[in-house]
Design a protein around this ligand. Structure first.
Ligand SMILES: NC(=O)c1ccc[n+]([C@@H]2O[C@H](COP(=O)([O-])OP(=O)(O)OC[C@H]3O[C@@H](n4cnc5c(N)ncnc54)[C@H](O)[C@@H]3O)[C@@H](O)[C@H]2O)c1
Length: 666
């Protein structure tokens, strides 16, 4: 422990550590596109050397140039610390500010081997969701956090710690921006270029804002999505056992699909091309059985469906081979989706059919144009097979990975005559109208003691609070509350914690606030032994403007604006957040979304009570107000109800014009 603390406080070492040995055992980010001109490579190298004393430049410049050549990025591998990066107890992190120590805990969790997708490249999930761009940024940030007081704010520009600036106790301790660029410079290749030069990064959503809590976060969201999709397909009936759900991806987030299918009680079939990802989920117990033969897998799925058995089956191979086989054999599939990383289609997010993983990775780096054509060809086949199955009654939905968008760019048969997509996104049909419009979103908390006992106390407090709310809840939100109570009752038994002691729960503003106040009281009374970090996924009611995902059920033409996300982060920052973040490009891709989040450390104080009430209220109701202004029925209901409860809240409500009247004018 002493050594760990010394190393954190030391920051970038003045003596060079030995060069790193490339570890072939762990999952590495794919080699990135060789996109820089010679002049830009010179710039990238000069940029990297800024972190180090001139005496080391000779040795490091040759090494960094080689990294740029070999991997397309300068990760500064040799500076990866020797200690294990993990969510230790808050007191283990050297600190002058407990809030800063909590931030260290959270960012360490994002880089933990057990949690991160490519830990050596500082990537948490989604293939390119970065915590930092390089190890110098990590070391410097940890050092700053260990030094800072509650009168300072740390400023991070895409992973780069610009420094500690004087502020005040009420201010956020940390402000994070990731991938913020001038709007006209926001294509996929701009990201490749700026990231290779070391001046910007793709923070995804919770990767670059230190709020990732492992796949648990997405298991909950996926479970409620699947439950509601199956109920919808079943015309409202609760009896969904025996339904077959097919999708792909067993990666960072997508890995949750297999587990969620079993919790929801259906037969889940998930294709995954990367054997390492398959075995990780299999060993973890989230995938029950693995198949490399489509026909054997199909037989097993049909048997399970007939016996109404809940089971998760992985197909190790390309998802298009699976879809085509299912379509050729006319198999009844009830629900279909996709969770390959199509937000990142040409840099390892989506693998073309007909090639091994290794062949694809080679082609990606050496023949990027051919790779792109193969991806497009695969997407066209992918959609063609899905179209055959939906014609037989399958309900297919886009799962927030830019599947529809990229398929349309590939020229796949994915558009209706009126130019709209053939299929809905899960936000349009499910998450938007049932959850976001009513203020329900992926709230979460992390126990900084890192003790399971503390998490158990928070679980029981959350159940009590939700049950109390359910007793007086209007019918419109009773199903959501019931699913959430069921979830949190089962959560501990389902062993979902990977990394920090965290819990996720889809809650509305009332639920989020009351649970936080109950936890704060328990900290005050010593029933919980250390502070708690509150936060949420960016995939929420108010934090994210994303026309192909979070705001895809906004139909007043404003879905391509980003005022809500920007207002949200500004509003959070002066209402009590401990840190705030705003990112370009999470989930559906660079340039396609602006998303933000927050973290709030609660320590049992009355001050924390005040922050909870002020900030969580805004953080949810901002989005409900906007969704209501967009004429979304659930949101109009929810914001009117909130105004009755909160006299100081006055929201502009829409008047609904008569469709025939408006139509007749043109
Ligand atoms: N719906 C949501 O709530 C939600 C939440 C988070 C992420 N997402 C989106 O889902 C996508 C996946 O996220 P992730 O974190 O799991 O990414 P990931 O990169 O960790 O996992 C994707 C997996 O798909 C596999 N894959 C790629 N092409 C394939 C193919 N043709 N056949 C079979 N397998 C293939 C990859 O090997 C990889 O393991 C991202 O686009 C992300 O933005 C959606």
């Amino acid at each position: 422990m002493k050594r760990f603390r010394e190393l954190v406080v030391q920051g970038i070492p003045s003596q060079l550590p030995p060069p790193a040995i490339y570890d072939y055992e762990i999952s590495h980010a794919p080699r990135r596109k060789d996109i820089l001109t010679r002049e830009e490579k010179v710039l990238a190298l000069k940029n990297a050397l800024r972190y180090f004393h001139k005496q080391h430049h000779k040795e490091l410049s040759a090494e960094f140039a080689k990294e740029l050549e070999s991997y397309g990025r300068i990760y500064m591998y040799r500076f990866r610390p020797e200690y294990r990066i993990t969510a230790r107890s808050i007191e283990d992190f050297p600190h002058k500010s407990r809030q800063a120590a909590a931030i260290m805990l959270m960012l360490s969790n994002n880089l933990d081997y057990a949690v991160a997708q490519h830990p050596h490249e500082l990537i948490t999930y989604g293939g390119n969701g970065a915590v930092f761009q390089n190890w110098a940024q990590y070391l410097l940030t940890m050092q700053y956090l260990s030094q800072m007081t509650d009168e300072q704010t740390l400023v991070l520009y895409s992973g780069h710690p610009m420094g500690l600036f004087p502020s005040h106790k009420e201010a956020p301790r940390l402000v994070v921006t990731n991938g913020m660029v001038i709007p006209n410079y926001s294509s996929q290749d701009h990201w490749e270029k700026f990231n290779a030069m070391g001046v910007s990064q793709y923070g995804q959503m919770t990767a670059g804002s230190f709020m990732y809590i492992g796949p648990q976060g997405i298991v909950h969201g996926t479970t409620i999505t699947l439950l509601n999709a199956a109920r919808m397909k079943n015309k409202g009936s609760e009896e969904i056992r025996g339904k077959i759900f097919v999708s792909s991806g067993l990666g960072g987030m997508s890995g949750a699909q297999a587990k969620a299918a079993v919790i929801a009680g259906v037969v889940g079939i998930v294709a995954e091309i990367n054997p390492k990802a398959v075995s990780k989920r299999h060993e973890q117990g989230w995938v029950d059985e693995v198949y490399t033969d489509c026909d054997l897998l199909i037989e097993r799925a049909l048997k399970a469906s007939a016996a109404r058995e809940a089971v998760s089956l992985a197909y190790q191979g390309n998802v298009v081979d699976l879809w085509e086989r299912l379509a050729d054999r006319d198999i009844r599939v009830d629900l279909g989706s996709d969770q390959t990383s199509l937000h990142n289609p040409f840099a390892g997010g989506y693998y073309p059919v007909g090639f091994s993983l290794e062949e694809s990775n080679r082609m990606m780096a050496q023949e990027p144009e051919r790779f792109k054509q193969e991806v497009y060809n695969t997407l066209r086949r992918h959609v063609a097979a899905i179209n055959r199955l939906t014609a037989q009654g399958m309900y297919f939905f886009d799962y927030g990975n830019a599947f529809l968008l990229e398929a349309s760019r590939a020229g796949a048969d994915i558009l209706k005559d009126d130019g709209r997509f053939r299929y809905p996104s899960y936000v349009q049909d499910i998450m938007g109208p049932f959850f976001f419009d009513y203020g329900f979103g992926p709230y979460r908390w992390v126990c900084t003691s890192s003790l399971t006992e503390d998490l158990a106390v928070t679980d029981s407090l959350a159940i009590e609070v939700q049950e109390e709310i359910l007793r007086r809840a209007p019918v419109e939100i009773q199903p959501q509350l019931k699913d959430n109570i069921h979830w949190i009752r089962e959560a501990a038994a389902n062993n979902l914690v990977v990394g920090s002691q965290a819990r996720i729960l889809y809650a509305d503003a009332e639920g989020r606030t009351k649970i936080a106040l109950a936890m704060n009281k328990a900290i005050r009374e010593g029933r919980i032994s250390a502070p708690i970090v509150l936060g949420r996924d960016h995939h929420d009611v108010s934090g994210t403007d994303s026309p192909f995902r979070e705001t895809s059920n906004i139909y007043d033409g404003s879905s391509f604006t980003a005022d809500m996300a920007i207002q949200n982060v500004i509003g959070d920052s002066f209402r009590g957040a401990t840190w705030v973040s705003i990112h370009n490009g999470g989930g559906v891709g660079w340039g396609e979304v602006i998303n933000g989040g927050f973290g709030m450390v609660i320590d049992g104080s009355e001050e924390a009570d005040r922050r909870i009430k002020a900030m969580l209220h805004w953080d949810v109701n901002n989005g409900i107000a906007r969704r209501s202004w967009a004429r979304n029925e659930g949101a109009i209901f929810a914001i009117k109800r909130e105004m009755e409860r909160t006299p100081l809240l006055k929201v502009t409500l829409p008047n609904i014009a008569d469709d025939d009247l408006v139509e007749s004018c043109f």
